[in-house]
Design a protein around this ligand. Structure first.
Ligand SMILES: Cc1cc2nc3c(=O)[nH]c(=O)nc-3n(C[C@H](O)[C@H](O)[C@H](O)COP(=O)(O)O)c2cc1C
Length: 323
């Protein structure tokens, strides 16, 4: 008989009764809940709302070689059970991040992960080289859902050859820190891409990014986004990404961080059941900036009520099929 998971008990979990710590390669997290890139700024903007010390970690907004202005407004639009965004990877650039944001952020006792992107292999390498000299980062997360301008704009993440090239180059550049690779969901065979990233030296895989999508007003004929198309996130993508995590788990041994549509502690447990070690929370922070902090408490209570005293017991429950 599976144990019932009670998520709504009002009781307060006794301090320290449940061990939520997880290990992603060399990185130890206080709990498995991280804020997802692009949905939590550079972290510091949320410090007055959220106790950052309670989060498992913060993945900062994607960082590029040069500052980027991003896409035209509107950049966000609500869809049934989801959200579309076309922010266009606006950011202050890696050097300003190191000079202005990181010194504030590293005072908090949480893992800071720098999300890195580029439009050529050299771009990715340069961003990492700048970060290598900075203090206070736990890992890099490579966003490979970007077009490779030198290859006619084909997404890095969909082509095993380009995945091998960019991950291999980033691996060489990141001598000091673990390298997480964030996969694109828009691939024919996620297992092949995951094995390629693992073979290139990824220490963990984040699964996955948003799904290309659009929404339109039929009367005006206008897209709801200034960029016309965008990325779909939120609850509508959870079952799709859950499967990608499961397929990834079957393909590789590398730790997986699941991300897509998480709003409740049960959602977190579902990702762990299919093999993720940790999760990231994105869109849910738009409706409740404190969601990650709340999820940690909910998770602790759910496990306590189910008499499961370490989070790691919840991982890979569906493992009979893993082979
Ligand atoms: C507004 C917005 C901005 C995002 N920016 C980034 C980014 O800069 N880099 C990145 O790797 N992912 C970015 N993402 C993707 C999220 O990190 C996450 O993978 C995705 O939204 C799915 O999780 P969710 O359903 O919990 O939002 C962004 C998502 C949103 C909604």
């Amino acid at each position: 008989m599976p144990r019932a998971i009670v998520l709504s008990s009002p009781e307060v979990t006794p301090a320290g009764a449940v061990d939520l710590t997880v290990q992603i390669g060399a990185v130890r997290l206080r709990n498995p809940i991280l804020a997802a890139s692009g949905t939590f700024g550079y972290g510091v903007e949320f410090a007055h709302l959220v106790d950052l010390n309670r989060l498992g970690g913060i993945v900062v907004k994607g960082l590029s070689r040069e500052p980027m202005e991003g896409a035209p407004a509107p950049r966000l639009c609500e869809t049934p059970s989801g959200m579309l965004n076309a922010v266009g990877l606006q950011n202050i650039g890696v050097r300003a991040f190191v000079a202005e944001k990181l010194p504030v952020l590293r005072k908090y006792d949480t893992a800071i992960i720098a999300n890195v992107f580029g439009y050529s292999v050299e771009d990715y390498v340069e961003v990492i080289q700048v970060l290598e000299d900075a203090e206070g980062l736990a890992a890099y997360e490579l966003n490979i859902s970007c077009p490779n301008v030198k290859r006619g704009g084909v997404q890095f993440g969909g082509d095993p050859g380009m995945v091998a090239e960019v991950v291999g180059a980033a691996r060489k550049a990141s001598a000091k820190r673990p390298l997480w690779v964030k996969l694109s969901p828009m691939v024919a065979d996620i297992g092949l891409i995951a094995r390629t990233a693992e073979g290139g030296g990824a220490d963990a895989l984040t699964v996955a990014n948003t799904y290309p999508a659009m929404a339109v007003d039929p009367w005006t004929g206008k897209s709801c986004l200034g960029n016309q198309t965008g990325g779909l996130s939120g609850p509508s993508i959870k079952p799709i990404t859950l499967r990608l995590v499961w397929e990834t788990r079957k393909a590789v041994k590398t730790p997986i961080i699941g991300v897509g549509g998480i709003e409740t502690a049960k959602d977190v447990l579902e990702y762990l059941a299919v093999g993720a070690t940790a999760v990231q929370v994105g869109t849910a922070s738009f409706t409740d900036p404190k969601v990650s902090q709340r999820l940690t408490a909910d998770l602790e209570r759910a496990l306590f009520n189910a008499k499961t005293f370490t989070i790691n017991e919840m991982r890979g429950k569906i493992s009979a099929d893993f082979g």
